[in-house]
Ligand binder design. Structure first.
Ligand SMILES: [Zn+2]
Length: 271
C-alpha cells in the first residue's frame, strides 16, 4: 500500500496552491493508498495553533481525510535532536557561530539555490571550536557536506517524472541541520519524518527539487529507507507571481465564503 503525505506549516491559511499540493499527494497514493497529514510546526516563532485548526477544517472541506493521530513535528524534537547527535558523534556536523550579517557579507555567488555557505566555521581548529562552544553564543550546526559525501559514496534517487537523478548535495553546500533556536531544521526533520511515517512517495512542489539532493544524503548517513519523489508544478496568479499565504485572495476560506464549493475547486485544479 502506497503512503504519501501532505505536510503544511501552520503559518497562515491554505490557498489554492496548497489545495493543489494536497490533492496531488492524495492522488499519488492511488485509490488503495493512504495520504497522511503532518503538521510542520518546528518554527515556533511563526506557527500558530489557530492556523492548524483552520488547515484541518479546509482540508476536510476539500473532501480529504487521513489516519489519526496526525504527526506534529513540535512533539518530536527529541527525535530530531537524537539524529543530530548521531551526526555530531560521527564528526559530520560542525558548530557555526556566524551571525546573520557575517553570512550576508561572506555569501558566495548565488547558485540558483541561494548563496552557499563560505565555510568559515568548518576550518576552525578543534581547540578554537571547543573554546567557542564553552563561551560563545549558541551555534547552529552545519552539515560538512564534503565529509558526508566521502562517508556515503555516490548516491542517486528516483523522481517518478524525471527518472534517475545523481545526488549532488554539494550544490547546496554546508546546510544548517540544527538551527540555533530550535536545534533542528527543515532538512533534518522532514527526512526523519518521511522515514518514520513510512512514506513511499514524497510529493512536494518543484521549488523543493534541489533539497532532495540533501535529503538523499541524510538518508544515506542515517541508514533510512529511500522513498521515490514527485515534484509538482507551482501555481501562479494571473500576473505570474507564485501564490503566497500573504495574498488572501486565493485562500480556500475566502473562496468558500464567496460561494465556491469543493467540487469546483477540485475541477479547477484538475482533480
Ligand atoms: Zn559559521
Amino acid at each position: 500500500m502506497t503512503i504519501t503525505r501532505f505536510a503544511p506549516s501552520p503559518t497562515g491559511l491554505l490557498h489554492l496552491g496548497h489545495a493543489y499540493s494536497a490533492l496531488f499527494a492524495r492522488s499519488a497514493a492511488g485509490p488503495e493508498g493512504t495520504m497522511v497529514l503532518r503538521i510542520e510546526d518546528i518554527d515556533t516563532t511563526r506557527c500558530r495553533m489557530e492556523f492548524e485548526t483552520a488547515i484541518i477544517e479546509d482540508l476536510h472541506w476539500l473532501g480529504l481525510d487521513w489516519p489519526c493521530p496526525i504527526r506534529r513535528q513540535s512533539e518530536h524534537l527529541v527525535d530530531y535532536h537524537a539524529a543530530l547527535d548521531r551526526l555530531r558523534h560521527a564528526g559530520l556536523v560542525y558548530p557555526c557561530f556566524c551571525s546573520r550579517s557575517d553570512l550576508a557579507a561572506a555569501a558566495a555567488a548565488p547558485h540558483g539555490v541561494g548563496p552557499l555557505y563560505s565555510g568559515t566555521c568548518r576550518v576552525r581548529s578543534a581547540a578554537a571550536r571547543a573554546a567557542l562552544l564553552e563561551t560563545g553564543p549558541p551555534p547552529a550546526w552545519r552539515l560538512d557536506v564534503a565529509a558526508a559525501i566521502h562517508r556515503t559514496g555516490p548516491l542517486s534517487w528516483r523522481d517518478l517524472d524525471h527518472g534517475a537523478v545523481a545526488a549532488e548535495p554539494q550544490r547546496l553546500g554546508d546546510v544548517v541541520l540544527g538551527r540555533k533556536d530550535i536545534g533542528t531544521s527543515y532538512h533534518l526533520a522532514v527526512t526523519l519524518d518521511d522515514a518514520l511515517q513510512g512514506i513511499d512517495i514524497v510529493t512536494r512542489g518543484a521549488d523543493l527539487f534541489e533539497a532532495t539532493h540533501i535529503h538523499r544524503l541524510l538518508q544515506g548517513l542515517l541508514d533510512l529507507p529511500v522513498p521515490v519523489w514527485r515534484h509538482h508544478r507551482l501555481l501562479h496568479d494571473p500576473s505570474g507571481k507564485r501564490l503566497a499565504k500573504r495574498d488572501g485572495a486565493t485562500a480556500l476560506r475566502a473562496l468558500r465564503e464567496s460561494g465556491r464549493n469543493a467540487d469546483d475547486i477540485r475541477a479547477q485544479l484538475g482533480f
